[in-house]
Ligand binder design. Structure first.
Ligand code: HMG
Ligand code: MG
Length: 299
């Protein structure tokens, strides 16, 4: 019997690096993306066209998108917060996909993009329509889908509303972000039940930060509700500089091991991902590894 396909979006070069204080050299970012490109991902998120004053680590976005190798069958989304960001991205002439990002909490939205949820959704409408006119795919993110570092628990109805708006705007998919990783099987389940009333599972992805070690459990809940796409980052790097207390994303290696064990086909070579993690640590003097990467590379 043919295995079901599950799509993993690698966000290590963007979410993984954006909160890193020490600047990672552009040539290392480019090689990281090039190596990830050969692992079998269908999408490797590469950088953000945000303000370099807000996120200095992403200031080399022009160089990164111009220097990476592009493989057939792989998309290279970049985050875009506003029209100036989209215009900069379009000027490079190489962008195939963007990601716009909204939130389900006003307090977080203000800290992250200096606008309320409604104000930012309005801006995202313009960004999305101009991108679509230029034949660029648009993915949407919703942050703080379970909890907000400033407002506490999030109402599932708000998440559903923001997700619907992003899809109406023309996003092909909405990725639901537990930005600070507070979700549990119960709170994630409640949130998904509400969102799935108005958004079909094949339009959703999940994006769990692993702050409390609940990310894989929450992926299992999502899988059992029919979701077949998730974001993760190499070695579990990551965090949002404007979400107090947020730590890394779910590690790609741990997600792949889980998905394989569940019986999915991802098309991704786990050994190549682990080699990439070891190379990245060597190149940058880091030691952080995923659980699965540490176990397999110690054999
Ligand atoms: P603002 O200060 O309100 O913007 O920031 P502004 O329009 O007033 O402009 C201020 C200055 O920034 C001006 O320059 C603009 O030209 C410049 P100045 O006149 O001072 O020299 N500027 C830009 N420069 C480059 N690219 C741009 C751009 N826009 C304005 N696109 C803004 C508003 C949205 C720009 C800012 O708040 C920002 O960049 N925020 C991004 C924060 C961010 O990247 N957060 C992390 C990504 S989201 C995330 O991680 C969550 C996710 O992983 C899912 C999850 O986990 O939940 C996706
Ligand atoms: Mg994130």
């Amino acid at each position: 019997t043919k295995k079901d396909f599950f799509r993993v979006v690698e966000v290590g070069a963007r979410d993984g690096l954006q909160a890193e204080k020490n600047f990672v050299a552009t040539d290392i970012k480019v090689e990281l993306i090039n190596r990830l490109s050969k692992c079998g991902f269908k999408a490797v998120e590469v950088t953000s066209f945000v303000s370099p004053k807000w996120v200095p680590q992403m200031a080399d976005h022009n160089e990164v998108v111009r220097q990476i190798e592009r493989h057939d069958g792989v998309n290279y989304p970049v985050l875009v917060p506003n029209l100036p960001g989209l215009k900069n991205a379009l000027a490079t002439g190489v962008i195939d996909e963007i990601a716009v990002f909204g939130a389900a909490s006003d307090a977080f939205s203000k800290k992250n993009v200096n606008a309320t949820v409604d104000e930012s959704l309005k801006k995202l409408l313009d960004v999305t329509s101009l991108a679509l006119e230029n034949n660029i795919k648009v993915r949407g993110y919703v942050s703080c889908v379970v909890g907000c570092p400033y407002e506490g628990a999030t109402k599932p109805e708000v998440v559903a509303k923001v997700a619907e708006k992003l899809l109406e705007a023309g996003c092909y998919e909405v990725s639901l972000g537990d930005t600070i990783g507070v979700g549990t099987v119960n709170s994630v389940s409640r949130m998904l039940n509400t969102v799935l009333k108005s958004v079909p599972a094949d339009k959703l992805a999940v994006h769990f930060h692993d702050t409390y070690g609940q990310a894989l459990a929450n992926v299992l809940v999502s899988v059992e509700k029919g979701i077949r796409a998730a974001d993760s980052s190499l070695s579990g790097l990551g965090g949002c500089p404007y979400a107090k207390g947020a730590t890394g994303n779910l590690a790609t290696e741990d997600l792949l091991y889980f998905l394989e064990g569940y019986g999915f086909n991802t098309g991704i070579n786990l050994d190549n991902v682990i080699s990439t993690a070891l190379w990245f640590n060597e190149a940058t003097g880091r030691t952080k590894m995923s659980r699965v990467g540490a176990a397999i590379s110690a054999k």
